[in-house]
Design a protein around this ligand. Structure first.
Ligand SMILES: Nc1ncnc2c1ncn2[C@@H]1O[C@H](COP(=O)(O)OP(=O)(O)OP(=O)(O)O)[C@@H](O)[C@H]1O
Ligand SMILES: [Mg+2]
Length: 404
């Protein structure tokens, strides 16, 4: 059973507005309630309340909603309570904590606040989310590619790993987890293709030996993609679940920058073999990469390795080609050693790689015995090895523990 709006409104009205003692709905303080697939978003008018009171009110709403969900045996997958002026009062992802599920409907904000559940997403990212996540039927290995930083080459690495694995004979899919700024339409050359539905299942695009799906082919490419937390959650889930992948050896997920909603959603909804972290050689990129790496580990997702992208620039318009270390070299490898995760390899900056990405022709990166082709091949082989190792240690790596 799913949560419906009537039940949610009743729950919210059981919470009293501190200044008047009236129920929130009765007092007209609930500006908006949306619910979809166990995700709930509530917007409250908290004018006149101090920040701590507003947060307490949000937590009271959380407790009331968790309670109504527990009674109805309806999953509460994600919850965001915001103020009408855009502040996040409560954000949580994941099933209600036991305490919240058992909490009786709050009578007042003040009495409910201490009993409310801790938001799982803020400091409570939980390895148990991943331990409880279901496998994707027919898919042997799901691998996420992420980085703390934007623009370091997550999409480039994702696409080339997918194409490289396919060239080695694997059945491969790739999904654009970057639902805010999808890159796959360009990088895989999907522009002229049409998305197709069979029944209610999306048919993946089949290009460069890889099955691909991206939100970029389902929405107007010129429009900004603005998602609230629960909507982002739903969009990613739908892309993965409602695509007819068939049997795959690998499904690569190209993540958006940062350590936000989509990563949490993914950890909760999909059993992963592991994650690849992309990093450029310089210090500032390493700091962000370590944050991403720690996020994966906290979510219970093994880190399969680090890739150093834009490692060195190869000027191949002169003979012999000359190398320049624009961002330095080897920094990501040192970082990987320092934090004790495998180093998968380094990808040079080359004009060809950028051109082939812009032209939607990643297969061309693998042509010939160029330094780029050799670097990408090595990366793919190392990833295969790490996946094999992770498979062997899977049982040992998936403890049912909760980090809070
Ligand atoms: N090794 C490389 N050599 C040349 N160009 C590269 C290299 N890696 C990435 N690029 C180019 O840099 C740009 C950013 O790369 P990409 O889109 O893969 O980064 P991203 O981390 O996915 O970015 P975002 O955070 O926006 O998702 C692209 O134009 C891409 O073609
Ligand atoms: Mg990207």
């Amino acid at each position: 059973m799913n949560l419906n709006k009537t039940a949610l409104m009743a729950a919210l009205d059981s919470v009293k507005f501190p200044l008047t003692g009236a129920g929130l709905v009765t007092a007209g303080k609930v500006a908006k309630v949306t619910t979809c697939d166990g995700h709930v978003a509530v917007t409250l008018d908290v004018a006149g309340l101090a920040a701590a009171e507003a947060t307490g009110l949000g937590q009271a709403c959380e407790a009331a909603i968790a309670d109504v969900a527990a009674r109805a045996k309806a999953p509460l997958v994600g919850l965001v309570v915001e103020s009408a002026d855009g502040r996040t009062l409560v954000r949580r992802t994941g099933p209600p904590a036991a305490a919240a599920a058992a909490t009786p409907v709050a009578a007042t904000a003040a009495s409910a606040a201490p009993a409310a559940a801790k938001p799982a997403a803020s400091g409570g990212a939980s390895a148990s989310l991943q331990a409880a996540a279901p496998s994707l039927p027919g898919v042997k290995h799901v691998i996420a590619v992420g980085a703390g930083k934007g623009g370091v080459g997550k999409s480039t690495v994702s696409v080339n790993l997918a194409v490289g694995l396919a060239l080695r004979g694997h059945a491969v899919g790739i999904v654009d987890g970057d639902i805010y700024g999808p890159s796959l339409p360009t990088m895989l050359g999907l522009e002229s293709m049409q998305a197709n539905l069979r029944g209610n299942m999306l048919q993946p695009f089949y290009v460069h030996g890889v099955k691909a799906m991206t939100i970029g082919k389902l929405v107007d490419p010129e429009k900004p993609l603005i998602w609230r937390g629960p909507m982002a959650h739903g969009a990613f889930k739908q892309l993965v679940d409602q695509t007819e992948w068939g049997e795959l050896d690998y499904l690569i997920i190209d993540l958006p920058p940062g350590t936000g909603d989509v990563s949490l959603t993914m950890a909760q909804q999909l059993r992963l073999t592991g994650a690849v972290v992309v990093c450029t050689p310089q210090k500032v990129a390493q700091d962000d990469a370590i944050r991403a790496l720690r996020m994966f580990q906290q979510l219970g997702i093994p880190v399969l390795g680090v890739v150093e992208n834009m490692s060195t620039f190869i000027a191949d318009d002169i003979s012999p080609p000359r190398e320049y270390d624009i961002f330095g070299r080897g920094g990501a490898q040192l970082m990987a050693q320092r934090v004790g995760v495998p180093f998968l390899g380094a990808v040079p900056i080359t004009i060809k790689l950028r051109q082939n990405s812009d032209e939607g022709n990643p297969s061309a990166n693998f042509h010939g015995q160029t330094p780029l082709a050799q670097a990408l091949d090595a990366l793919v082989v190392n990833l295969e090895s790490q996946v094999a190792l992770a498979q062997m240690t899977t049982g040992a790596r998936r403890p049912e523990l909760t980090i809070s």
